[in-house]
Design a protein around this ligand. Structure first.
Ligand code: NAI
Length: 342
């Protein structure tokens, strides 16, 4: 039995994580959930959006499934953990759990409308450095600044992780994105380290793209990419672009992986505009749970869920609004459960 920390989160989080739990249960996987609270509700109840007990639970179980947590736009919302201050619950969790690699598969699913076909790549986003370290300040009334920090060791571990994963998956290509023509030191270092690491993986071809040119190429011929190595901010932006290539945020899963703990979560946020209305698409978090099952060696349950959801998508009768149907979150989930039980 694998014990997994479950963080339902804010907005649509509780609805979509409930769906994922129902489907995992129906798959027969040996998963036991330990539910903890983080996000806005935790803030109201415990005086902090990220109680230490949440971090302790995830570190103890070494596994977590996280729903989205809300971060107010613009206004200050510091998340304090011990002596560290973070800009959001998600950033804090990734950092405190040591989950330095954000893995985001981008692939077409049958029945999910998209402008493209045959897209199948994996985004490897560095999760702990760059502009997301939260080092930001008002210099004076006119000027604000943020620090972009890139380290050799941080760049090397994400590059090595990406090469190892691609090798395990039998993939042959990686593309590293940068803006080293302008950011000569930070992006220059990130690029150079990836190129150095590539020498240890002669079976995998590494090429590089300036990040803006990469975005253009991604919307012109996304099927030509196999895997991307990205810094934190570029990775955040390009991940949503990736989701858009294959049908939207409703179908984009992800994992945050480190040496101690792995936390699985959808790319999308808490979607406050549709929260509590039974219209959110739960697929992204279900696919994140499938990644979790593969990670813990429950491959059979993962295959069964993928087959069930693929069948529901292909039939198209019980899919959510964003996928062109009129089913609610619950009906969509029930349809997948029915396939699993058939
Ligand atoms: P968002 O991803 O929540 O929503 C963007 C748009 O996509 C909205 O129109 C929403 O309705 C739609 N959408 C998102 N997920 C969907 C789903 N599963 N099914 C159907 N439609 C879906 O991004 P937004 O609006 O920028 O952020 C809202 C909040 O979420 C913010 O507080 C933000 O900080 C937080 N957020 C949290 C993340 C996390 O916890 N990992 C990641 C991204 C944002």
């Amino acid at each position: 039995m694998h014990k997994v920390t479950l963080i339902p989160g804010d907005g649509i989080g509780p609805e979509v994580t409930r769906a994922a739990c129902e489907i995992v249960a129906a798959s027969g996987a040996a998963i036991q959930w330990e539910t903890v609270m983080a996000g806005m509700k935790a803030g109201a109840e415990f005086g902090t959006p990220l109680p230490q007990s949440v971090i302790d639970s995830a570190l103890r179980n070494k596994l977590a499934l996280k729903g989205p947590t809300q971060t107010p736009f613009g206004s200050a919302y510091p998340v304090q953990v011990g002596g560290n201050v973070y800009p959001s619950v998600t950033v804090a969790l990734r950092k405190e759990l040591g989950a330095f690699a954000n893995v985001r598969p981008v692939k077409n699913y049958p029945g999910v409308k998209s402008r493209y076909e045959n897209v199948d790549m994996i985004i490897y986003r560095e999760n702990s450095e760059d502009l997301y370290m939260g080092i930001e300040r008002m210099v004076d009334a006119d000027t604000a600044e943020a620090v972009k920090r890139i380290t050799r060791s941080g760049s090397e571990r994400i590059a090595r992780f990406a090469f190892e994963e691609q090798r395990k998956l039998g993939r042959k290509k990686l593309t590293v994105a940068h803006k080293s023509n302008v950011l000569k030191m930070t992006d220059g270092l990130f690029l150079k380290v990836a190129q150095d690491v590539a020498r240890d993986y002669p079976d995998i071809e590494l090429n590089s793209r300036v990040v803006d040119a990469l975005c253009m190429e991604l919307v012109v011929k996304p099927e030509s990419f196999d895997g991307l190595i990205l810094q934190n901010l570029y990775g955040d932006i390009v991940s949503d672009l990736g989701a858009g290539l294959v049908g939207g945020l409703g179908v984009a899963p992800g994992a945050n992986v480190g040496p101690v703990c792995a936390m699985f979560e959808a790319v999308h946020g808490s979607a406050p505009d549709i929260a509590g209305k039974d219209i959110a698409n739960p697929l992204a978090i279900i696919l994140s749970a499938v990644m979790l099952l593969r990670y813990v060696g429950e491959a059979q349950a993962a295959d069964r869920i993928e087959a069930a959801l693929t069948a529901v998508l292909r039939e198209g009768r019980h899919v959510t609004r964003d996928l062109g149907g009129d089913a609610g979150t619950k009906r969509f989930t029930a349809a997948i459960v029915e396939k699993l039980q058939a």
